[in-house]
Design a protein around this ligand. Structure first.
Ligand SMILES: Cc1cc2nc3c(=O)[nH]c(=O)nc-3n(C[C@H](O)[C@H](O)[C@H](O)COP(=O)(O)O)c2cc1C
Length: 352
């Protein structure tokens, strides 16, 4: 039923629908539900300590015997120098205790990567650039596949150069962090409909469209644009299997088309999130934003406390421009619905 099968064959899946790896939202249950439904479930492992990552991979394997992916971030340089007065003010307001010291909450990359290799994860995916060429050789040596995100044609070419097997073309609409790694992030703000065909023309490997794809209409469009599959994050944010706080889930379900914005204030790197008080006030104090990922680290207690108090003001609610279309369905049902709708749309598009 799918117009292109190279990606399906490569990943050994039934449907070319990838549930995006999402730090802070993906769970073994979500990953397994998607893989069991014939898509590719993916776990966002960048902020998971190596030993925990190993147990999560094993948990996924207990829940599914189908292929799945794990995603890591390219290692970041941590730096910290500014005084967090605003965070102190908000901690006092929420009675959240002292502002924590920044800690490295990502990685350590090499140890995480070693776990993925030892556990023979079928699909490795990378954000913020490719893994080192040597690492990609090691992944290929165990027979696994490498996916990585590009936000420009130049980045797609750089990923191919590094040995990546499949390009995820991430458009401007996407929720979460911009994957831009080779140009200033403003240069990588290209919409999915413009980016996917340009990358598809430039590379000979399968291209996955990501950003703003929420249902079968988006999947049909992605194929028409030259993609061989889709990666969807925001569409899975209202599924019961993920672990986002209830206040975040409700914000996704209430979100309108104009309610998201790309901002650096939660983590120190540009990411699309649902507007709230933290973004509004922090954007007016941009000189107080720490570099990635120190900002994410120093804000962690505020984000968690706000969520525990069912207060959306200070929660990092990453989501894409299509959030208004999210449906609160179990992931397997969501995939089944998208497949039925894909069949109906493609049938209705047949030329008479
Ligand atoms: C909550 C959230 C967390 C995300 N975390 C990651 C991540 O850890 N790694 C990654 O490669 N992409 C991450 N992304 C980006 C997705 O891979 C993908 O580019 C994006 O979800 C596609 O756009 P959509 O949200 O409109 O579907 C995240 C997206 C969201 C919404």
């Amino acid at each position: 039923m799918w117009p292109k099968t190279e990606l399906i064959d490569l990943l050994k899946i039934t449907h070319p629908i990838i549930q995006a790896p999402m730090v802070g939202a993906s769970t073994p249950e979500l990953v397994a539900a998607v893989s069991n439904a014939g898509g590719l479930g993916s776990y966002g492992g960048a902020a998971t300590a190596p030993a925990k990552l190993r147990s999560i991979i094993r948990q996924i394997r207990e829940l599914t015997d189908k292929p799945f992916g794990v995603n890591l971030f390219a290692p970041a340089v941590e730096a910290y120098q500014l005084t967090p007065e605003l965070l102190t003010k908000w901690h006092n307001e929420l009675d959240a205790g002292p502002v924590p010291e920044p800690i490295p909450i990502l990685g350590p990359f090499v140890d995480q990567f070693t776990v993925l290799l030892e556990e023979k994860v079928p699909v490795f995916s990378f954000h913020f650039g490719p893994a080192p060429i040597e690492a990609i050789r090691e992944i290929h040596a165990i027979g696994s596949i490498v996916l990585a995100t590009a936000t420009t044609v130049g980045e797609a070419n750089a990923l191919i150069e590094a040995g990546v097997d499949v390009i995820i073309a991430q458009g401007f609409e996407a929720g979460g962090h911009r994957g831009t790694f080779a140009v200033p992030y403003e240069h990588g703000l290209i919409g999915t409909a413009a980016l996917v065909p340009q990358i598809a023309d430039a590379v000979s490997v399968p291209v996955i469209a990501a950003g703003g794809i929420m249902d079968a209409r988006g999947i049909v469009a992605a194929f028409a644009l030259g993609a061989s599959g889709v990666q969807m994050g925001t569409a899975f944010l209202a599924c019961p299997e993920n672990n986002i706080p209830e206040v975040y889930r409700q914000a996704v379900l209430k979100c309108k088309d104009e309610d998201t914005v790309i901002t650096e204030v939660f983590s120190g790197k540009p990411a699309r999130a649902i507007r709230n008080r933290f973004i509004r006030e922090m954007e007016n104090n941009r000189d107080k934003v720490l570099p990635f990922s120190a900002q994410m680290s120093i804000g962690r207690v505020l984000y968690q406390t706000s969520a525990q108090q069912s207060n959306p003001d200070f929660v990092s609610m990453w989501a894409g421009q299509g959030a208004a279309l999210a449906e609160a369905l179990p992931a397997g049902e969501l995939i089944e619905k998208m497949i039925q709708e894909f069949l109906a749309i493609t049938a209705s598009l047949q030329l008479k």
